[in-house]
Design a protein around this ligand. Structure first.
Ligand code: MN
Length: 298
């Protein structure tokens, strides 16, 4: 045996950076969002995730005309809407429709193309209220970009909620798995998506896949990862692909979204609502939409 001591390096993920929203804008007239990526020039660091829009929290006055985004197309990826407060209604050209409220998730697969609308739910809009939600876009690998569209309504009751040791909080498994609890979302590539509530002064240790991208969005609160500098409201902590362990510690009661997944090593070409691999495919998408090939809302 060598007399040299081997230093056991814990396989923890390091921190690439902490990011504030890189842009803010209104989506339609119902979703005031702060964007974490692709602003901040995050691309390979967050793949397979393409976009993170943080909507609200914002109060909307009562109206008989639900606010939101009217008919528009998508092709080449999935749109995941997570509602924390408020009620959102969706309707698309593939015949899918649904309403989601606090704790619910909509997992929409545009793939070869859909046309849809995303609005505040009618009755909710009549009363007015606070909207607080996230829309996350998840890329599809080239082989699945032209698959048939799909739609998953994932209700709060169907999302495993794991009580954390020592009363540290609660972790809801939307996709992937945590301590043997499997999330209901069907995904095309490996993805872990956790809604995490962590109490002030508490921590949780997450075991994620070596080599997968990992980022943690702090909706509200104050938290650090592996002893990094703290991140506060609407800040994103991006970790390295190397390593597999992440310890999240809350300095205040915090609500976080943990996103991890396998990097899709393919070129990305994007234009508005279309995300493909080449510029020619984007032009084809625009043509197909204009020719009505992605359908219409009835
Ligand atoms: Mn949309």
């Amino acid at each position: 045996m060598s007399h040299h001591e081997t230093i056991q390096t814990a396989a923890t993920k390091n921190i690439v950076g902490i990011y504030q929203p890189g842009s803010a804008h209104m989506v339609g007239d119902g979703f005031p969002v702060r964007n974490l990526f692709p602003s901040n020039e995050l691309d390979r660091e967050v793949s397979p995730f393409l976009m993170l829009d943080y909507a609200g929290p914002q109060y909307f006055t009562p109206t008989d005309h639900p606010r939101g985004v009217g008919e528009h197309p998508h092709r080449g990826f999935e749109m995941v809407t997570i509602v924390y407060e408020g009620m959102v209604a969706h309707r698309d050209s593939a015949g899918n429709a649904g309403v989601i409220g606090p704790g619910d998730v909509q997992w929409m697969t545009a793939a070869s193309g859909i046309v849809h609308e995303e609005l505040h739910e009618k009755e909710w809009a009549k009363n007015g209220g606070t909207l607080h939600a996230i829309q996350l876009w998840v890329n599809l690998p080239k082989a699945s970009k032209m698959s048939a569209p799909g739609y998953q309504t994932i209700l709060n009751d169907n999302i495993p909620a794991v009580e954390l040791d020592g009363g540290a909080g609660r972790l809801r498994v939307i996709a992937g798995s945590f301590l043997g609890h499997k999330g209901p979302a069907r995904t095309f590539t490996p993805v872990e998506l956790y809604d995490l509530q962590l109490k002030a002064g508490k921590r949780v240790s997450l075991s994620l896949h070596e080599g997968h991208n990992t980022s943690i969005f702090v909706l509200e609160g104050l938290a650090s990862v592996n002893g990094s500098q703290v991140a506060g409201d609407a800040e994103l902590i991006v970790c390295t692909r190397d390593g597999s362990h992440v310890t999240v510690e809350a300095q205040k009661d915090s609500r976080l979204l943990v996103m991890a997944g396998e990097l899709i090593e393919e070129p990305i070409a994007r234009y508005g609502p279309f995300v493909m691999n080449t510029r020619a495919e984007l032009m084809q998408a625009a043509q197909d939409y204009q020719a009505g090939k992605m359908g219409h809302l009835s």
